[in-house]
Design a binder for this molecule. Structure first.
Ligand SMILES: Nc1ncnc2c1ncn2[C@@H]1O[C@H](COP(=O)(O)OP(=O)(O)OP(=O)(O)O)[C@@H](O)[C@H]1O
Length: 704
């Protein structure tokens, strides 16, 4: 290992060790019939919950926000919109919603919604606030995130992802259940947060002048939000609870995974107790760092705490994600390796040290190509502050930035709004669904621009979501209700119409789980590919989508868990990824059942092809209908050119079709640009299919 580079210190050096106590309330569902034992247990649980809440009250009272309780409530009660700025860890996300909950009292049936850009944060906050409030999670305090809901008729305070609030909006345009909507971490400027803000503005000026809106953020974009809401007052809450010392590298590092690992080892050697939270750009780097740390741990001196690396990224199943929040026993130190999903709102108990790579992965939409690419880019100053803020939440902390101080000053102040670098097909479909007619002049916090809106409208028209007059069709309504991007929704609807729904749902479920197929080590690549080819015999000819179906079937065919695990290992497949696929599949089946009122188990309605009887052509034509723009034609020199712009594109080395030189045309689900443009998740298609599907679209266009 290389020598650890030195750190220069520029922060507060106060250092204090405090004991962490973890309280865990019992979680369960309420049923109507109880035995005497049940009742006794319930009373005991209630007692325990109240006790836990009483001890947490002492901690809550020390939070800066708690001390400003009356002023904050007074402000919110007086104004329709309040912009609230407070430092990380000051208690915004946990305390302000509870002040409002207490103020509502027991008799009031209205609810408080608190939106979060990420599901991990929504769940983490709801769990904590339920403990502080002394209730079971899902009772008075609950959460709702995609594919998971812990809220019920008694829930008065609901943490939910911005996507879930938008879904609620589709069903109830006035949000009539809610008296207060809190938009947390508004500075993240996700498309969905921006959309909600626009929608809330329209509601306040129209159907719900009584609604109270609170926009919260730790960083300064206050003026922008205030101006958007016609000069809404800005409230600053002073004070941070614990100091965090900041350290930067003296020299830049060239290998970020190596630098993170070295920094963790150094913290373990030189710092007092406390867990470590590291921010890395993506899953690939995280998995690599976990592996290296596991290997290194075997050789570490017994006089130091044992390092326990735990990954945290969106593609992990919730049970795996939850592990990072559990306390660790024994002479050990938890090392959580995370993407930016733990960057805002999240408190990971025990964390005292933050290691920040200064990088993140971001999807950038390229209008000219009509494709998105995934890039690793430096974070903003606002992000760096958020990451630093994950330390110092339970006691004083330290943050180690793996870049130089002068590089920090070069970072952009704020993260660019997602809407400025994304395609807006989903948002436009949503706005159409809720009946917005004039999209260009709608209350955009930041308009994506006329051109982007027109392109999105065109795309939705091609997918059959809009009719000639630009009105949403029945198909568009159904697409909006499915929890998928419009292109994938359209694939499912086509599959339902052509009788191949279940195999297509299997494939779509696999596509929604990131990094299901892991990258084998270079020396194992040929062997792993051979094994995959031997299972996915049809995929070897038809490509990655069909291979996913074959792998899904093979995964489901094991009765022995151990054998299933070995199989995943041999084929370099993520077993936890497949567990997630199974859950997503169940949800998608139930959405489709509700939309079309059928039972997927009823063979008369849907043929559930096995790999042996798969109707490959029908399946691929469904995908073609949703992704007709993502096609490329084979050239005599075995290269491909995209149908839309004629750009050269190559099959990605991870594809089953990488070595195949015989495809007349290809369909791909993703485009990535590294050294050149690559197609990922590639399928072989025939030119006649392309003519058939593109012909249908062209016919529609000319009829317009
Ligand atoms: N899950 C948890 N476990 C332990 N302590 C927690 C938890 N959640 C919150 N806390 C405590 O409550 C404090 C306030 O957290 P809260 O999330 O309300 O702050 P915030 O101002 O919203 O911060 P941020 O902007 O960083 O999200 C934390 O600093 C921490 O001490």
């Amino acid at each position: 290992m290389k020598q650890q580079k030195g750190y220069s210190r520029n922060g507060n050096s106060a250092f204090k060790v405090s004991k962490t106590v973890n309280f865990r309330g019992k979680i369960g569902d309420e049923s109507d019939e109880h035995s005497d034992d049940d009742i006794v247990e319930r009373i005991q649980n209630k007692h325990r919950l109240k006790e836990c809440s009483r001890s947490l009250l002492k901690l809550r009272q020390t939070l800066p926000v708690y001390k400003s309780r009356e002023a904050i409530l007074g402000h919110i009660n007086k104004n329709s919109v309040t912009i609230l700025i407070g430092e990380t860890g000051s208690g915004k996300s946990t305390q302000i919603p509870q002040f409002l909950l207490d103020q509502l009292g027991n008799g009031n049936k209205k609810k408080i919604a608190v939106t979060q850009p990420r599901r991990v944060a929504a769940i983490n906050l709801a769990s904590r606030v339920a403990q502080e409030h002394g209730c079971r999670l899902g009772d008075r305090v609950g959460y709702s995130v995609r594919f998971d809901n812990k809220s019920g008729s008694r829930t008065r305070l609901k943490y939910l992802t911005d996507g879930m609030l938008l879904r609620e909006l589709m069903l109830n345009k006035k949000l009539s259940e809610y008296s207060h909507v809190i938009i947390d971490e508004a500075h993240e400027r996700t498309i969905l947060t921006d959309l909600i803000l626009g929608f809330l503005k329209e509601l306040l000026n129209g159907a719900r002048p009584d609604l109270k809106v609170i926009v919260m953020s730790a960083t300064l974009q206050a003026d922008k939000f205030s101006n958007f809401f016609g000069g809404a007052p800005i409230l600053f809450v002073e004070g941070r609870k614990f100091p965090v010392e900041r350290n930067c590298l003296k020299e830049p590092c060239d290998d970020i995974v190596d630098a993170v690992v070295r920094c963790c080892v150094q913290i373990n050697q030189s710092e007092q107790t406390g867990d470590i939270l590291c921010f890395l750009p993506g899953q690939e780097e995280i998995d690599k760092a976990v592996l290296v740390l596991k290997k290194i741990c075997e050789h570490l001196d017994n006089s130091m705490p044992r390092l326990v690396p735990l990954p945290l990224y969106a593609a992990l199943p919730p049970a795996e994600q939850n592990k990072v929040f559990l306390p660790i026993k024994g002479f050990k130190r938890k090392v959580v390796l995370s993407t930016n999903i733990a960057e805002t709102s999240v408190t990971i108990p025990g964390v005292k040290y933050v290691v920040d790579s200064g990088l993140r992965k971001v999807k950038v939409w390229r209008h000219q190509l009509g494709l998105a690419t995934l890039l690793t880019v430096p974070i903003s100053k606002a992000s760096a502050a958020q990451r630093t803020g994950r330390a110092g939440r339970e006691s004083a902390g330290k943050c180690f930035r793996l870049y130089r101080e002068q590089d920090f000053f070069k970072l952009p102040a704020q993260t660019e709004a997602e809407i400025a670098r994304s395609d807006v097909v989903s948002p436009v479909l949503f706005l159409k669904k809720i009946g917005v007619k004039d999209l260009v002049n709608w209350s955009w916090l930041e308009s994506p621009g006329k051109e982007a809106i027109l392109l999105a409208l065109q795309e939705l028209y091609q997918l059959g979501a809009l009719d000639d007059s630009g009105t949403i069709t029945n198909r568009g309504q159904q697409m909006a209700l499915l929890p998928l991007a419009p292109h994938l929704s359209s694939v499912l609807l086509r599959a339902h119409e052509t009788g191949c729904l279940l195999p297509v749902i299997d494939i779509v479920s696999c596509l929604t789980v990131e990094n299901l197929l892991l990258n084998p080590q270079p020396e194992q690549r040929d062997q792993v590919n051979e094994r995959r080819f031997s299972v996915a015999t049809k995929g070897a000819t038809h490509g990655d989508l069909i291979m996913l179906k074959e792998l899904y079937d093979a995964y489901g065919s094991f009765s022995d868990r151990g054998e299933q695990k070995d199989w995943c290992k041999e084929l370099c497949i993520s077993q936890r990824g497949f567990k997630n696929v199974v859950k997503v599949r169940a949800q998608l089946v139930s959405y489709m059942e509700r939309l079309f009122l059928f039972r997927a188990g009823d063979a008369a309605n849907v043929v559930n092809d096995t790999s042996d009887t798969l109707d490959v052509e029908s399946i691929l034509k469904c995908f073609l209908a949703g992704f007709v723009k993502n096609t490329a034609i084979g050239m005599p020199d075995r290269s491909f050119r995209t149908v839309t712009t004629g750009e050269p594109i190559s099959v990605h080395p991870s594809s089953m079709l990488f070595m195949d030189g015989t495809c007349p045309a290809i369909l791909y689900i993703e485009y990535v640009f590294t050294t050149k443009g690559y197609a990922r998740n590639v399928s072989r298609i025939e030119l006649s299919w392309l003519q058939e599907v593109a012909g249908l679209t062209a016919a529609k266009e000319s009829a317009r």
